[in-house]
Design a protein around this ligand. Sequence first.
Ligand code: NAP
Ligand code: F7E
Length: 357
Amino acid sequence: MKSKVALITGITGQDGSYLAEFLINKGYIVHGIVRSSSSFNRERIDHLTSNKEIFHNTLFLHYGDLIDSSNLNRILEKAEPDEIYNLGAQSHVQVSFEIPEYSAEVNALGTIRLLDGIRNSSLRTKFYQASTSELFGNSSTSAQNEDTNFNPRSPYAVSKLYAYWIVKNYREAYNIFASNGILFNHESERRGETFVTRKVSINVSKIILGIINKFSLGNLDAKRDWGYAPDFVEGIWKILQSDTPDDFVLATNETHTVREFIEEAFIVMGEEIIWEGKGLDEKGILKKTGKEVIDIDKRYFRPTEVDFLLGDYSKAKQKLGWEPKTTFNELVRKMVTYDYNKLKISTNRNVHIFNKL
Ligand code: NAP
Ligand code: F7E
């Protein structure tokens, strides 16, 4: 039987790398779009590209960019995908306040470039759009589902709102199999280092190993519905295996504050953190030693914040048979343990090299 062919934008990112692995294991031929960079940017897919068997037969990388439609059209023509997963994005909410035009260019117009490429070709491909719980913004509804009103609160969220609606429009106007996955936050050992969960797992590990004394954060009271990226990647694939195109929320239906994530991260390392002070003067202190390990820096606050997110994934459960598998505590444990072990090995190696000098 002929293998299915998938095209992934954002293959070098957290979700793209897990999805590539997942699809290769399912027997797909995978094409991925990578951006040209002056330094190496493929760390998350190194284990795939260094396997000659995979790299020669099942994984094909193409230089490209969501802001370049002639290049995208060429890749569509070459790859002839059965399924396209549009995961590429300027995905950082805070950064989108600094580069709003670029965020719209990539996230909003990048999506229409791909959809229009499909419309103007003879491809009968399915299209997945990486939509987001950020569309809900500060919603008065809890828990948020596919029928909840949108109220985007950042240039990132507004750019993704355009993408969400243009997917629906192209589905209705041109009968393209195009679906939105409205995914709540999902994290992992491969999460970008500037997102709050990974920032915490790395810095808590560094404190325990004595590499740093303390680190700074912003709003500790924001609540997020945090799941585990590999669970969500399976849901992404299931969305495109459905008989009809549709929009689905993927979430865990559990919400936690940033503060709770930090507390749990220290618990994993056998420490308890207590909080003293208020607002910008708040400090996180280790109970055993009284050492200050966290302070607040106004630089990490956003001009407009999303205070509370909690997702209702019952439609995905009912129609796709999808459910998250990893609990909040397991997620924190996986991330902190991974970073602690990785840093410990590199610290030991450095000490070893230093002792030899
Ligand atoms: P990520 O780790 O930030 O990965 C983003 C990917 O997009 C990277 O491969 C990046 O390439 C690529 N990219 C950035 N600008 C591009 C451009 N101009 N042209 C082509 N590719 C570009 O994001 P993620 O966490 O895996 O998320 C995947 C998608 O889901 C994103 O669209 C994100 O907005 C959305 N989403 C994420 C979450 C979440 O909690 N993770 C929740 C809802 C929705 P480089 O490696 O070269 O930078
Ligand atoms: O922030 C607060 C911050 O940057 C989470 C993206 O994948 O998920 C992600 O967006 C919360 C916010 O993720 C720091 O203010 C406090 O309330 O980890 P984050 P995000 O903004 O929720 C959605 C679903 C996406 O679609 C996005 O692509 O944590 N926070 N202190 C901080 N956040 C960061 N980054 N750094 C801090 O120091």
